[in-house]
Each structure stands twice: as structure tokens, then as C-alpha cells.
Design a protein around this ligand. Sequence first.
Ligand code: AMP
Length: 559
Amino acid sequence: MTEQSKRIFGIDLGTTYSSIAYVDEYGKAVIIPNAENERVTPSVVFFDDESIVVGDVAKESSKLYPNEVVSFVKRSMGEPNFIFLHNSEEYRAEEISAYILKKLAQDAEQFLGEPVTDVVITCPAYFGINEREATRKAGEIAGFNVRHIINEPTAAAIAYGSLDSSEDRVVLVYDLGGGTFDVTMIDIRKDSVEVICTGGDHNLGGKDWDDRVVAHMVEVFQNETGTDEDILDDPDTWQDLQLSAEKAKKILSQRPKTPISITHGGERVKMLIDREKFEEITEDLLERTIEFTREMLGEAKNKGYQSFDEIILVGGATRMPQIKTRIEENFSITPKVFDPDEAVAKGAAIYGWKLTLNDGLIQRLSQKTNRPIAHMDEISEMLETNTLSDNDFKAAAQEVADVTGYTLPSIERSMLKVRNVTSKSFGVVAHTPKNEEIVFNIVLRNTTVPITLKKNFYTAVENQKTVLIRIMESETSRVEVPPEHAVEIKTAILNLPPNLPADLPIEITFTLNEEGQLHIMAMETSQARQIEVVVDTASVIAGEDLERAITRSQNLVVH
Ligand code: AMP
């Protein structure tokens, strides 16, 4: 692009595979192949003696060096207890994910001959506040300017919607990836992509199908050899079986049966697995995805969406033929397979491209109207209220078209509104009149974001120094839930000014922005003074750990 503004790349940071895309000079989203000339890169990191290796070689190395290889790190995002130890150094999930991002970016830079600085990274829709923050931190550790964290199904819907924007339709995105399952209802219109409802399970994905095949292989091995040893205790065998199981699973998407051989402790067993057996041992996993889908549809009904027009399948694991068959049986609709491996990265790239063009429009219209504009919504509002004339808007759009080389209709298309919902409820710990702890939800899941809500807390004693607020996340849609049904994700400490009376209302403002980030502000109501809020969480890398990760990452070439 000729515009001096930054190109923004889209990255699908997947549990098992990741990919990077950009929008080319014709406005088309394109996947950038890696140095091995593959369009997706295994999200596997191998800590070699001197260097870090990411991708296919790392995945292959897992057979020989199972203890030096990290796979499925995405499942540990926002997980405070996950630490990978290598040469007495500790690595958190954010840092390991940063290496995957670095590999994608380095290869893309090599391919395109331009630096990758600004990115949009995707995450599953049901990622909570901390997992999203951790994803953003991974990007920062890798050295990027993270412009947005966008939900995977939303990105897929953007990619899908960008193909044909002529018809309004309500779409279900059924996304079964390597480690996660999302199902999301999205209202796609000419000028907007709006998420209505989302549900899913962050511990259900293609890997679980692999695990079932592994368990079956162990059983066959034990029967054939007469041993009752748990052969998975041997890390080499475990890795070997995992890789063979995934291969077998993929072949079964194409063929009715496939041979597998199991080698352990000098013994070798050959077996055949057919599609029928595979479907039988994984039946309940598929059923769970259908249950989540039904549950989500129930919630959508409450929001006035009684039906939908299409189901699109994304995520590599939707290639298993039984998924399509089962959805047809259950919902009497033939799902469309849509670019399962690439839709998410492409959608993120289109979103990044939109942000670049929006930057151009915002900058020019701020100058033209002589007022600072922060967000595209303000431009839409100004157009609706005639505080901005169509002519001024068109002139600015034409200028952006001229400098970027894109057509005027694509600049107008970049006005596309994208609306999300929060996938979790969040609230605070309060006390009942009987002084029992209860979680009082402030924002209920499937509420459209951004949203700002205020709640009053009260000082308990005179001259109270601090107020501690425990922020809880849950998956229920009820306003009040017992604390054991929610997880504490953060604490916010309010440092109060001196000499406040007892029972004084402290007004707390919670803002959940469109990326799912939570901001907390507080004000004491006697003199309307702003109160300092210190938010703390163990779940996201911070402080010295973050500094060290950034330094280590800067000095590192990923292969
Ligand atoms: P994603 O996270 O969307 O890249 O999906 C990766 C998952 O899709 C992994 O569990 C893969 O094993 C699985 N997958 C990829 N291709 C196939 C295929 N042909 N048949 C079945 N599963 C597949």
C-alpha cells in the first residue's frame, strides 16, 4: 500500500496451528506462507539448546525431545500456575505464545520484504478477561503494536461476510479448532457484523478426538501384548501415539479406514481403525458440541432471534465428516464448509485493513471538522445528525482512496460496524444481610460490549484507608451466584483519601470495552474526587516477569 499508515496484519493464534494474513493491494485477504512454504504453522515450540524452534520442526522434535517441546500452550493462557522450565529459566504461556507470533511475523517479513509491526490477534469467543489480556501481552512481548484482539468467530464472519455483502443473514459459526469449540450466532448485514450470542468450551477440540484414538491404541496394544502397563507413562511413546493418532484422524476424514502401528518397549503392534469405530469412541464429544449449540440457541431466542439462515463450519476439526452429518440431522440445514483453516486469520486481516482505512478517515475528518475524533462510531453519529456533511465525508474518503490505492466503495465498506458480546458474566463479591458471600453479577454474559455500568460500594468505618473489590467471572446468566460458581480474576484496591465518613457511597464505574478489557474507575461521592484503583491479577504476566520476557524475546531469533 502506498499510504504512509501502517499495514495491520491478522494473526490466528490457534491451539494447534497458527497463521498470518494481510490484505493485498486489490483488497483481498491473503494468507502468507511460512518459511517452510506452508500456509499454517504448528503452534509448537521446541526449546533447542541455543535457539527456539517453532512449527513443523518443533512438532517433529516432540518425538525425540518430549520434555523440551511445548504444545497446546493456548490452553494455558491466563493460567497462573503454568510455568515451563528450561535450563532453570521459567517461561509463562504468554512468552511461549510470543515465540509463535514471532515465527509467523519473521517468515511474513521475509516473504513480503516489509516489517510486521501492527497486528490484530484472534482469540476464542469465550476467552475471559484475563485470557484476552494474556493474548495481548503475548503480542507485546513479541514486539508488536497489538491493535485489536478479535474473537475468532467474529473474524470468520467478517471473512465470510466480505465475500458477499448484498444479503442480510443470520449465521451460526460452528468453530471446532484444535483445542477449543465455539458456537456463535452472528447477524451479518450490509453495513454491520453483530454478534448476538456465543457459547462453547475452551477445553474441547480436535485434540480430544486425538486423545480418544490414543486411548483406543493403548487398549489394542495391551490386548495384543497381554501387558497391563500404562504405556503412556513413557513420554516418547506418548508423543509418538499423539502424532500417529492425529494423522489417523485426518486420514479418516478422507478414507473409511487407516492402519496404525504402535511401538513401545521394543514391541510393535499393527492395527486398523475404521471410521465407524472412530465415530463410536468420539460420539459423546460431538454430542457435547451439539448441546452447546442448543444452549446457545436458547439464549439467542431470549434475545429475539428465533431462527437462523445458515451454519458455517470453521476450524480444522470440522473436516471430520460426522460433524456435517450430525448438524444436518439435528438442525435440518446443510452446513457450509468455509475456509476452515484460513477464515480466522483472513477475517483478522480484513479487520486490520478496516482499522488502517479508519485511521485515515479519522485523521482527515478530525482535521476537516476541527474536532478530535477518537472512534468511527463518532463519524457515523455525526453523519446521522448532519454535523458532518456527506460531501465532507466523501471528500475524506476520496483522499484515503487516493493515497491507499483502494476503491471508494472499499473505503465505504471499511465503515462496517462490528459489535461483540461478552462471553462471560462478571461481577463482584458482596455480602448478603446474613453476611454470607455472594457474587453479584454486574454484566451478564451475551451483553453487547462496550458497556459501562456504575455500582455504589460503601465505606464500612470512618477514615477507612482502602476498599478491596474482588472481581469474579462466571458462565452463568444469573445475577446472583454463589462464589464457588465463579472464579476470582482480579482484585481492585481503592486507596481512599483520608477522613471519609462511614457509610459513604463510593461510585465504581466498570467499563468492558469492545475487546473484552475491563477498566475500573472509582469516585468518592462527598467531594466527587477520583480514587486511585490498583488492579492486580496473577493470571497475566506483569512486572519483572514481563520485563524479563520482553528482553529475552528481543534478543531472540526464532527458527
Ligand atoms: P485449527 O485450530 O482450526 O487449526 O484446527 C486444528 C485441528 O483441526 C487439529 O486438531 C487438527 O488435527 C484438526 N484437523 C485438521 N485437518 C483435519 C482433517 N482433515 N480431519 C480432521 N481433523 C483435522
